[in-house]
Design a protein around this ligand. Structure first.
Ligand SMILES: CC(C)(COP(=O)(O)OP(=O)(O)OC[C@H]1O[C@@H](n2cnc3c(N)ncnc32)[C@H](O)[C@@H]1OP(=O)(O)O)[C@@H](O)C(=O)NCCC(=O)NCCS
Length: 165
């Protein structure tokens, strides 16, 4: 498995990974919220102009994805998805780590994301990675409850090499 930045020709595969990954939760969303959560390929292509997007590739097939939107000093993360058949191998964690590396390199101070209370595996992953629940909104996506989670980004401080003289 390797993770790389997405390109426009990945849009269709990314849209199907998201649709397949969220399918099991469809009944927990309102219809409008599910539509907003599962963007079409043309919406994915537009998102590529809004910020970085990553794909996880296993045996030449896209099995996972994550998008980000820089907003001043924040990096807003969205559409984390890993195909059911590829779960439990660290792919979701790897995608989140890519976003965090991007944040460190671009002087971002906080990672922010919206999830829903019923996405328990995602919430467990975010919590393990150091995200905390915030009281900030938004609280609702077309009638489906939202939960905001945030993580401060710790800048990497270069320590000068100790002199041997
Ligand atoms: C959430 C999701 C992206 C995790 O992807 P993944 O590649 O399976 O995740 P990883 O293998 O990196 O697992 C990382 C952590 O996620 C949690 N997790 C993943 N699968 C889990 C499961 N079946 N049961 C409980 N926790 C689980 C655990 O905390 C796990 O850490 P651990 O392995 O140290 O216990 C994937 O389950 C998914 O696509 N879910 C549906 C869409 C979704 O919820 N997206 C998030 C939108 S906010």
């Amino acid at each position: 498995m390797h993770i790389r930045r997405a390109v426009a020709t990945d849009a269709e595969a990314i849209a199907s990974v998201i649709a397949e990954s969220f399918a099991a939760y469809q009944t927990a969303y309102t219809p409008a919220a599910f539509t907003a959560t599962t963007p079409r390929p043309n919406q994915i292509e537009r998102r590529l102009h809004e910020g970085p997007m990553w794909v996880a590739v296993q045996r030449a097939t896209i099995v996972g994805t994550l998008s980000a939107v820089p907003q001043d000093a924040l990096l807003y993360l969205r559409s984390l998805a890993v195909l059911p058949m590829a779960r439990g191998q660290g792919i979701g964690r790897g995608l989140m780590e890519q976003a965090e590396q991007f944040a460190v390199a671009h002087a971002v101070t906080r990672l922010v994301l919206s999830t829903t209370p019923f996405l328990a595996h995602a919430i467990q992953l975010y919590t393990q990675l150091g995200f905390q629940t915030s009281t900030d909104g938004p609280y609702d996506l077309f009638g489906t409850p939202l939960l905001t989670m945030v993580k401060p980004v710790v800048p990497v401080i270069e320590t000068p090499r100790a002199s041997t003289v």
